[in-house]
Design a binder for this molecule. Structure first.
Ligand SMILES: Cc1ncc(COP(=O)(O)O)c(C=O)c1O
Length: 103
């Protein structure tokens, strides 16, 4: 397991470029929207850049999108999965967060 640095727009995607993921079984886990605990939201441009880098490295992504439906002022960008033309992204949402929000 290797942690990657974040800034106010979430995962610093240029660091993904430099990681060694030659081993079979490598994958990237990320929370692009309302990252827990920072709350950072990855920009659209960065999402596309991340997807492009992972495609070129053939690095699968697990996108944890537990919070994207819980927005107040501005709808967040579309999930990475929305731009995934090659089945590289495994997308996970959450029912419990939405039900909790409705209470
Ligand atoms: C980023 C993130 N993903 C997933 C979960 C778990 O979601 P669920 O309650 O649907 O298992 C949490 C719970 O706190 C979370 O913070």
């Amino acid at each position: 397991m290797q942690g990657l640095p974040l800034d106010d727009q979430g995962l610093k995607v240029e660091t993904v470029q430099s990681i060694n993921c030659e081993d079979q079984g490598s994958l990237l886990y990320t929370v692009p929207t309302f990252h827990n605990p920072t709350g950072a939201v990855m920009s659209n441009d960065r999402r596309k850049e991340l997807l492009s880098i992972c495609q070129s490295k053939r690095l699968p992504i697990v996108e944890d999108d537990a919070y994207s439906e819980l927005w107040f002022d501005e709808r967040p960008p579309l999930p990475l999965k929305a731009f995934d033309k090659n089945g590289l992204v495994l997308y996970m949402g959450s029912t419990s967060k939405v039900l909790g929000f409705c209470n």
